[in-house]
Design a protein around this ligand. Structure first.
Ligand SMILES: [Zn+2]
Length: 301
């Protein structure tokens, strides 16, 4: 068999519960234990260390470049890496574009098998994990946005119960407003009266589960998240018992709630956007006409 005949043999597929080392560093919250692939590699050096901990290029938010950029990294301590040993170390990453902005991770890590996989815990990272939020989320959540941000802060620190509880409070408090926005979109799209009646009836339901049943089939297609009713997705994520579930499960559910809210806010913005722009344009035009007339009158006097 030639060397390039089967590249899959050279690099075995990681088991499904693994995330890549770069995915872990880029997006996982601190204090979470995670098995990672591509954590270390064998070196070809004859006399040096036989194994090397990897420093993959990461896609991180750069505060100088104001966007996501490639960052290159290095381990701060270069001591010999023995495969079974637990390593306490810092990883320093620098933006490849500006060469100025940097990010430091503090991690405990260890190799767990012969295939380059490891297990790691992020003890800290600075600056903290950057989560890009569409501006429409703030508009959609109104006065509850501050609570949402607190939930996000918990999520970034791996505090699952905290994040979940904040997000649940936001969704429960905003339930009627979310349905109002869905009604606005439905009306703009010229939905039949029985459809908007269903949505209005859902607003009157005190229980979220009943509201979800009532709106069944009435959500405009443009607001569906992966062909699913966003309210049902929110309800499903909120249905776990925060007293019984693990912190990890709460964190996963919190993550889903945030994604659905962000997606819904963008979809509502897109669906209503043209109308709002048109309204602004008409009001600007009326204002301009009124001012022009006023000036013309004044000059005649
Ligand atoms: Zn930069």
């Amino acid at each position: 068999m030639t060397e390039e005949a089967n590249p899959a043999e050279e690099k075995p597929m990681p088991p499904p519960d693994l995330v890549t080392w770069s995915e872990f560093l880029e997006g996982y919250p601190i204090n979470s234990v995670q098995n990672v692939s591509e954590y270390y590699e064998r070196t070809k050096e004859k006399y040096g260390d036989p194994f090397r901990r990897m420093t993959p290029t990461l896609r991180l938010h750069c505060s100088k470049c104001k966007g996501v950029r490639n960052f290159s990294g290095r381990w701060i301590h270069h001591r010999t890496f023995s495969k079974g040993g637990v390593v306490h170390d810092f990883l320093k990453y620098t933006c490849k574009d500006c060469g100025e902005a940097s990010k430091t991770f503090c991690v405990i890590s260890q190799a767990i098998d012969e295939n380059g996989n490891g297990c790691a815990i992020k003890i800290g990272e600075f600056p903290e994990l950057h989560v890009e939020l569409p501006r429409s989320v703030e508009k959609l959540l109104g006065e509850d946005y501050a609570l949402f941000v607190k939930g996000l802060t918990c999520e970034k620190r791996g505090l699952g119960v905290g994040a979940f509880t904040y997000y649940r409070r936001v969704v429960e408090s905003q339930k009627n407003h979310l349905i109002s926005e869905i009604i606005r979109v439905a009306e703009k799209l010229g939905a039949r009266e029985d459809i908007t009646d269903k949505l209005k009836a859902a607003q009157k339901e005190k229980q979220f589960s009943r509201a979800v049943d009532t709106v069944k089939g009435a959500i405009p297609e443009s607001l569906l998240v992966d062909s699913d009713n966003p309210l049902k997705l929110l309800h499903d994520s909120l249905s776990i018992c925060v007293h019984a579930e693990s912190d990890e499960t709460c964190l996963r559910m919190a993550h889903s709630i945030r994604l659905v809210l962000a997606d819904l806010s963008e979809r509502v913005k897109l669906a209503l956007g043209e109308q709002d722009e048109l309204r602004t344009a008409v009001s600007d035009l009326l204002k301009f006409t009124a001012e022009t007339r006023k000036k013309a009158k004044e000059s005649q006097q």
